[in-house]
Design a binder for this molecule. Structure first.
Ligand SMILES: [Zn+2]
Length: 359
């Protein structure tokens, strides 16, 4: 029994298939890594890792990653490049995901209030795709309005979820503040108490979004930090997630012990035991970015160190001064080394989350 036995197809999945996947992961006690990508190379590496470890995967694009996909030479006024880069990457993933034989949740990462034109542009592309194909282009999008007052955060999420529910899109929202810095949003100086979301806040989100659609996930702050750096006196407290589940259950009296789909942000650098504990409380998605960025770079770094004598000029290496070096500096060679290293790190993330041989 696995994900494919539930009738979930390979390739990009949306709507009811995402619902089935997340419920299955929650019941079985595993989570799916959401890996940030910014190029065709990083996308293909993630797909290859998922295929090799026989597991579903979440591929996500940030606003900056989307602009990079479109090309840094393009102007990004009004988020034009970020919109087109995200749509372009989405089509790349849709075209190839089936060939890798794994279900893929296609997601966009943190969208803060100032980046809403990017979100709006992707949503328009989803609506157009839905009109043609009966499903949205993406599987889900994330709104991060956690720096706004709670009521404003939830109200704007309600408005977007109403529009998204019509085309079976899932919304990920964030409440409480994840520390650290990511994609230009710097939260390194926020007060300690806001780094831990309270159960009452989670219930406020649940009772206001649930009547609109069940397709939403919540990223709660439990002392997690974006990026890898010394977190000082911030302590990861996964047991808070258990309290959220218990509190919501006590308010709505449902038949499951874990009524919420929870998301773990800022997982890079976390202790494996803490990750496993968080997953046991209903985390079904964990973001992975910093660690796979390092892995990609490390692949090139190690290759360069290994082949240094072959990478100083087009011709001439330790084997002779007229020997050509093309097979070392061809981007297909050194970028492939980056991919191989990233593939291993994505597989490690899958193993950490119990997402291995889950197809
Ligand atoms: Zn976050």
């Amino acid at each position: 029994m696995g994900v494919l036995d539930l009738g979930i197809p390979t390739g990009v999945i949306t709507g009811d298939n995402v619902r089935k996947l997340f419920n299955y992961a929650k019941e079985q006690g595993f989570a799916i890594p959401a890996v940030n990508v910014s190029s065709s190379s990083t996308i293909n590496a993630v797909l290859e890792a998922a295929r090799d470890i026989k597991a579903p995967i979440i591929i996500q694009l940030s606003q900056g990653g989307s602009a990079f996909y479109a090309g840094k030479g393009l102007k990004n006024d009004n988020q034009e490049a970020s919109i087109k880069g995200a749509v372009s990457a989405a089509h790349h993933i849709r075209l190839l995901a089936k060939d890798y034989g794994v279900p893929v949740v296609l997601h966009s990462d943190h969208c803060a209030e100032k980046l809403l034109p990017w979100f709006d542009g992707m949503l328009k592309a989803d609506e157009e795709y839905f009109a043609q194909h009966g499903e949205p282009l993406f599987s889900s999008h994330m709104l991060d309005l956690s720096e706004l007052p709670k009521d404003d955060n939830i109200r704007i999420c309600e408005e977007y979820l109403k529009r998204m529910a019509k085309i079976n899109l899932l919304l990920e929202m964030e409440i409480g503040i994840t520390g650290g810095e990511e994609d230009g949003v710097d939260n390194t100086n926020v007060t300690n108490s806001s780094l831990y979301t309270q159960p009452e806040d989670i219930y406020d989100v649940y009772r206001r979004l649930r009547p609109i659609s069940d397709l939403f996930t919540i990223a709660a702050a439990f002392g997690n930090v974006h990026g890898v750096y010394k977190p000082g006196n911030v302590k990861l407290t996964p047991v808070l997630l258990k309290k959220h589940q218990e509190y919501v259950k006590s308010q709505v009296s449902c038949d499951t012990d874990k009524p919420l789909w929870l998301v773990f942000h800022g997982g890079s650098g976390s202790v494996k035991d803490e990750i496993r504990e968080a997953v046991s409380y209903g985390v079904i998605k964990m973001n992975v970015d910093t660690d796979t960025q390092w892995a990609y770079w490390e692949g090139i770094k190690n290759f360069y160190e290994r082949k240094k004598g072959y990478l100083q000029s087009q011709v001439g290496n330790p084997e002779g001064e007229d020997k050509p070096n093309k097979k070392y500096y061809d981007p297909r060679v050194f970028i492939r080394e980056a991919e191989k290293s990233m593939i291993e790190r994505v597989k490690e993330a899958c193993r950490d989350l119990g997402n291995e041989n889950t197809l």
